[in-house]
Write a protein that binds this ligand. Structure first.
Ligand code: AGP
Length: 612
């Protein structure tokens, strides 16, 4: 995934682009670059962070009121100065930035080389800008026409912004499968991969749809067309994001801010969707297709990473409470295995970003095979939100830290609401239990806040674990996916090898790993399997393993056995993942900080994987 920013208007473009790129660094940060048009085309680009780009830009004249910028997460060509974007045409008149993958770039590149084009980089993006140049010069087309013709030859995903030295009063932007937002100012336009670089200047935006091209002019006019040159009616939206949401809010890292704001974000994900007094739950997107979902042959979740973990928890809850068969699939596996699907199936995609390529591809297969598609997404206007038949936003607000935290708990809230609603409609949840669970759900924000108040205790546990080379996470039932999530958090931000396992599986292999140097996190809040968890802990202790147990308040049995214990407040068992994950998030955060890792932008990772 990469970040794109562009500007045309009366202000100086460079400072706008630089600040915008800094807001987008979470999308990709192995290199960055900017082009400014001011009679001449000046391009500066650099391996490294935006701050490195800022340093080298100090040596050149960056005045100009038209410019494009880019932060890169490499797909084709290693991260270096040459492969960084923007990429320019051979004649030096056109400059382009791109997020996505041109799958047929090699064929196009060969044809262009045969016509004398010379390439400097290994990227697919440079091929695209040369293709635009070819059509512009050979077919005597203007920028818009050349871009349209070039994109009709392209197979793959793109979000691009293109400028032409010979037409300095226009910006052309286009998207397919990668997000792009057009910000509309007073005789000025902003283009970006998401709203964060735009919100400071204007709240009026247009989210481009797939195969749409926006042509924005310095005189304040703009038009949106599709790839077939047909004019589209743009939907101008008013952003309700606040700029401070995008700041760190006084915390050292976005991840800590996002962990600490979970009482609020969990409450936001429930707002207008439950009422304990009156005993109801409501999920708008679900109700639109309620009958079809209630009568579904199967519900199939497709997701990746943390979103896949929340899907696993949904499987336990929906099957237990609503008695509808559920399957959970890694989207990346589902999309390639020619799955058996019919219109009697419901495919639910869970995705914080709404842009994960594998999840989008899995949805395309579901749509082709006639299944009902549903999205559980955080980013408003994202691709998954737009390609699904219906869906529910989780309302967690922008999640900037690469490691997902508040999005996970807000996904769980929506999935719990779904299980309760479906169970209520199917009559498989006794009304007393439904009301009890709704009351329990309403109490979650306060109980999460109680856990967060004990962050110093959690930090002490982190200190004991910070230098361990490996870690095991165990859980039973609903807590097995929580164990997986805890392991993913630790490995992705502290680079400690960690794996999650069903606790009962220990004896089938992992127990061979246990020694005094192996910390074993055990998520032990199950009431229904308590004695089994106790024996798992004893197995670990017998082999000198270090046990860190997450337990229910007052569980003196496990507290007496474990080396470290963290108690969560009482809550109904189906809701415990919302609480038991919190200490695991914080432990991973503190260990990452203690190990001097880049918490918000861990190595090799990006916030949303929009490539395969
Ligand atoms: C989780 O901490 C990771 N950032 C990663 O596994 C993430 O959950 C995964 O890439 C899926 O992203 P999505 O929810 O935006 O689709």
């Amino acid at each position: 995934m990469c970040g794109i920013v562009a500007y045309i208007g009366e202000k100086q473009a460079f400072p706008i682009l630089l600040e915008g790129l800094k807001r987008l660094e979470y999308r990709g940060y192995d290199s960055a670059g900017i082009s400014i048009l001011n009679g001449t085309l000046k391009t500066v680009k650099k391996k490294g962070k935006v701050s490195d780009l800022e340093a080298v830009s100090a040596t050149i004249d960056t005045t100009g009121t038209l410019g494009i910028g880019h932060t890169r997460w490499a797909t084709h060509g290693k991260p270096d100065d040459i492969n960084a974007h923007p990429h320019n045409s051979g004649d030096g008149t056109i400059s382009l930035v791109h997020n996505g993958i041109i799958e047929n770039y090699a064929t196009i590149k060969k044809a262009l080389e045969d016509r004398g084009h010379v390439f400097k980089s290994q990227t697919d993006t440079e091929v695209l800008v040369h293709l635009i140049e070819e059509f512009k010069n050979q077919d005597n087309l203007d920028l818009e026409q050349a871009v349209t013709k070039a994109l009709s030859r392209v197979v793959g995903a793109y979000a691009i912004v293109v400028v032409d030295k010979e037409n300095p009063n226009q910006i052309v932007a286009a998207r397919k499968s990668s997000p792009l937002v057009l910000g509309i100012g007073d005789k000025e336009f902003y283009v970006a991969s998401d709203a964060s670089p735009i919100i400071k200047y204007t709240k009026k935006v247009v989210y481009l749809n797939d195969e749409e091209i926006a042509i924005a002019n310095r005189d304040g006019s703009f038009v949106v067309k599709n790839i077939h040159n047909e004019i589209q009616e743009p939907v101008i939206q008013e952003l309700d994001l606040k700029i401070e949401q995008l700041e760190k809010g006084g915390y050292d890292h976005f991840m800590l801010k996002e962990i600490m704001e979970q009482p609020t974000t969990i409450a936001e994900s429930m707002r207008g969707r439950i009422n304990a007094e009156e005993g109801w739950v409501s999920l708008g997107g679900l109700e639109e297709h309620q009958q079809r979902i209630l009568n579904a042959h199967r519900i199939i979740f497709v997701a990746c990473g943390t979103s896949w973990h929340s899907a696993l928890i949904a499987e336990y809850l929906i099957e237990d409470l609503a008695r509808i068969p559920v399957e959970v699939e890694y989207a990346s596996e589902f999309r390639y295995r020619n799955p058996i699907l019919t219109e009697k199936d419901v495919v639910i995609a869970i995705s914080q970003s709404g842009e994960t390529a594998d999840t989008l591809a899995a949805l395309e297969i579901a749509k082709e095979k006639g299944a009902l598609t549903y999205g559980i997404v955080n980013v408003v206007g994202s691709s998954i939100a737009r390609v699904t038949d219906s869906g529910s936003y989780i309302h967690a607000g922008p999640e900037i830290g690469v490691a997902s935290t508040k999005a996970f708990t807000s996904q769980l809230v929506v999935l719990i609401l779904m299980a309760l609603k479906l169970g209520e409609k199917k009559g498989t949840i006794p009304s007393g239990m439904l009301r009890e669970l709704i009351y329990g759900l309403e109490s979650v924000p306060k109980k999460v806040a109680e856990i967060l108040e004990q962050k110093e205790k959690i930090k002490l546990i982190a200190q004991e674990i910070q230098n361990k080379p490996n870690a095991l996470y165990l859980g039973r039932g609903l807590n097995f996916p929580v164990a997986l999530e805890g392991a993913l958090k630790l490995k992705e931000i502290s680079y400690i090898h960690a794996e999650g396992y069903p606790a009962a599986e220990m004896k089938h292999g992992p127990i061979a790993l246990i020694d005094e140097d192996m910390p074993v996190f055990i998520v032990a809040t199950n009431v229904s399997a308590h004695e089994k968890i106790v024996s798992n802990i004893q197995e670990v202790k017998a082999r000198k393993g270090v046990v860190i147990a997450i337990v229910n308040e007052g569980d003196n049995i496990i507290s007496g056995l474990a080396d470290f214990t963290f108690e969560i407040p009482y809550i109904e068992e189906p809701l415990t993942p919302l609480l038991s994950v919190i200490p695991l998030q914080l432990i991973s955060y503190y260990i990452s900080v203690m190990r001097g890792c880049n918490v918000d932008q861990p190595r090799n990772l990006a916030k949303s994987v929009t490539v395969e």
